[in-house]
Design a protein around this ligand. Structure first.
Ligand code: NAD
Length: 472
């Protein structure tokens, strides 16, 4: 026995995996999920039940991460509801086969892209935005007409429980199933053959998921992490810059995949920026963030210890307060940081902001390019040429000029990583495309048949070469 989950032990749940998957397959094969009306009804139901359970969701996030209702609504619920509304309003249009050009080579025919659901999708989620990062891919997979197996994070147990309740009470299990639990449950699921896997979490586990998917040639989206740099030029609007960096860093106590991980600041402005950022921290959270309703806690003792080690080894410019019992780590700025320091060896994922300085923008660009490709890159500058140069000469999953994090709130932008920070993207229409197989369909006339391709060939090779230029 591993643990008790909704009256079922994890080991019992594991045993049920193959039969639940078989039932998903049978449900999918009825064709019901391909019906756009069915998908819209199910999405409407999902929206309704989220709203019906809003208070329980707030309570769960408060328990797991000390998230306030405001932050929970802004960063978890609103994003999911926004996605669902978009799917409901656009699904009829998006799911229609899309006519594309047909070249002369296929005269006479029409060409269309069909958007086929894959079948059964596995969604494995992390703990840091445990509601949004589970429900948003779930809604995307439903919109595209798939059955879904949801594996919430065991590290945010209260949110995992409320999501399980919402799904189990409102959706047929053959259509959407939930497997709560930790690594053994996740591994049991990964041993099976899915039609698509959507994974959000660390790069390290992302590799395990990718290997498991490769065994069955299952396509994947891997939404991973990494160290997202924030480059600050000396030509900036100081106040906005400090506010947007501190907001992005301290949201969810830094436990955000696209949080600015470290600052690369032009040495001419470093002192002014440091001073302004400390003012902003106190403006946002008061002199003692531990007493602020808006300041989150570290998810677990393990992460608390890991983050503590980063502070112990560094020169603290601001903050550094910690309380293990309360899993509290105060907003912390580290100065004169070197690339070899502990804090620069892995993704921080906590409220610690290391500051490194540079003298020329090329130095900052080289620093970024010497490391793994990050999930996000931020550049603050009023100099448009300089900002463009940074974006042009670096590679990252996404980026903001003069802001942090907010690119992910734009539903028209694909959200995802590159290289070590991930494979694939989602949000808005990109979610629909991610969870759909784009099937190429050529529909040929049976009235006309151009004989050119049949053997024995009727024209010489040189004549065919001339014709080929015109019949594309
Ligand atoms: P994690 O990789 O430890 O866990 C994520 C999920 O994988 C959980 O559901 C967990 O049960 C499962 N899992 C863990 N170990 C496993 C194993 N060995 N085999 C199979 N499954 C396993 O990640 P986390 O700590 O929950 O999340 C933090 C990481 O996720 C950070 O690196 C962060 O940057 C990244 N992240 C990325 C995004 C994004 O959208 N790109 C969003 C949030 C978090």
């Amino acid at each position: 026995m591993i643990s008790t989950l909704n009256g079922t032990t994890a080991s019992e749940k594991i045993e049920q995996v193959p039969s639940v998957l078989q039932r998903h397959k049978e449900f999918f094969n009825t064709g019901i999920t391909k019906d756009v009306g069915f998908r819209i009804d199910q999405l409407k139901r999902l929206k309704e039940v989220i709203l019906e359970n809003e208070t329980e969701i707030y309570d769960a996030l408060k328990k797991d991460l000390n998230k306030s209702p405001f932050t929970t609504f802004m960063t978890e619920i609103a994003m999911v509801l926004g996605e669902i509304d978009l799917f409901i309003s656009k699904l009829k249009k998006w799911s229609k086969p899309k006519k594309v050009r047909t070249g002369m080579v296929n005269f006479k025919a029409t060409s269309k892209v069909y958007y086929d659901p894959y079948g059964t999708v596995l969604v494995i989620a992390p703990w840091n935005y445990p509601f949004q990062l589970t429900m948003s891919p779930l809604a995307g997979a439903m919109a595209a007409g798939n059955c879904v197996v949801v594996k919430p994070s065991e590290i945010a147990p209260a949110t995992s429980a409320v999501m399980t309740k919402i799904i189990q009470e409102n959706f047929v299990e053959d259509y959407i199933s939930v497997f709560e639990g930790g690594v053994p449950v996740s591994q049991a699921l990964l041993n099976e053959r899915f039609d698509y896997i959507f994974y959000t979490g660390s790069t390290q586990v992302g590799k395990i998921v990718y290997q498991a998917a490769a065994k069955h040639l299952t396509p994947v989206t891997l939404e991973l992490g990494g160290k997202s740099p924030c480059i600050v030029d000396n030509d900036i609007q100081l106040n906005f810059t400090a506010k947007r960096i501190i907001w992005g860093k301290l949201l969810n106590a830094g436990q955000t995949c696209v949080a600015p991980d470290y600052l690369l600041v032009n040495s001419k402005i470093k002192d002014q920026l440091l001073e302004k950022m400390t003012e902003v921290i106190e403006e946002f959270y008061g002199k003692d963030a531990a007493t602020s309703d808006e300041y989150c806690r570290i998810i677990s003792e393990k992460h608390f210890m890991r983050l503590s080690g980063m502070i112990d080894d560094a020169e603290v410019y601001y903050g550094g307060e910690r309380n293990m019992e309360d899993l509290y780590i105060g907003p912390t700025i580290l100065d004169n940081v070197k690339a070899s320091d502990t804090v620069m060896q892995e993704e921080i994922f906590g409220p610690i902001l290391p500051v490194l300085s540079y003298d020329s923008i090329e130095e900052a660009i080289d620093f970024v390019n010497e490391r793994e490709k990050p999930l996000a890159l931020y550049v603050f500058s009023k100099n448009k040429k300089l900002a463009k140069k940074v974006l042009h000469e670096t590679s990252s999953g996404g980026a903001c000029i003069n802001d942090t994090i907010m690119h992910l709130a734009s539903e028209d932008l694909p959200f995802g990583g590159v290289g070590a920070s991930g494979i694939g993207a989602y949000h808005g229409k990109h979610s629909f495309l991610t969870f759909s197989h784009q099937k190429a369909v050529l529909n040929k006339s049976s009235v006309i048949d151009v004989p050119l391709r049949y053997v024995p060939y009727k024209v010489s090779l040189s004549a065919f070469k001339q014709m080929a230029k015109f019949i594309r």
